[in-house]
Design a protein around this ligand. Sequence first.
Ligand SMILES: [Zn+2]
Ligand SMILES: [Zn+2]
Length: 252
Amino acid sequence: MGDEKIYMIPVNDAFSVDCECAFCYLENNFEKQCLEIVLGESVMEVDSRVETNKKGFCPRHFHMLLEQKNKLPYGLMLETHIYEIKTNFERILSSHFMSLNTQKREGFLSRFLNNKALRENLLNDLLAFFKTINSQCVICERINARMKNYFDVFFFMWKTKKDFQQKVLNSKGFCLYHFYDLLKISQNHLHSTDLDQFVEKICKIELDAISQIYKNICEFNKQFDYRNANNIPAHEVRNSLINATEKLGKYK
Ligand SMILES: [Zn+2]
Ligand SMILES: [Zn+2]
């Protein structure tokens, strides 16, 4: 089994957890680790955080970093990341200004922006720069790479370990996001009858899970009828809004 064994343990364990999606459980845990790692890196030397400085994060992960207890690592990270943005922003602007080949800086920008070709070049460079900045996230990249690993391990175990397969089939299925990923990736790992059987089995548990959630939600809503005022709803009915949200909306 070699190195794969290290990755098998979390995937195998995740399918023992009573949750709406084992991949959400894995992704959620890894995301928490990433937040800690990134903040740990931010107090190290500038050279070791070149990637973070350059790429930054998506809105979700900026806000999650903001919510972490220790504020100094985030402050240091922001200091270097914003410096990087400021420097590059200035570089784009100054490279265009210099192309005008004039010594005067007064009224420079307005004259510059009156030149259609120069304005379009500047705008294209600015759009490209901000599009790149806004689309990059160090944490999302790490999560995507790790999730790819987890899916590889999932299919390796599905093919080689009957007890793991049974564990999966006894689970509550997956959130709709990871169910989509699972179906999509299955084509890279399984072929012909193996793929057909996988899709059939996995769809059965997913549909059963969705049907059960639907039933629980209906029961939940019935509680608000005065005729049911004295009924004590079952645990899964009381939790049905949370469970349904997790099933439909990935982890928080
Ligand atoms: Zn999920
Ligand atoms: Zn992100």
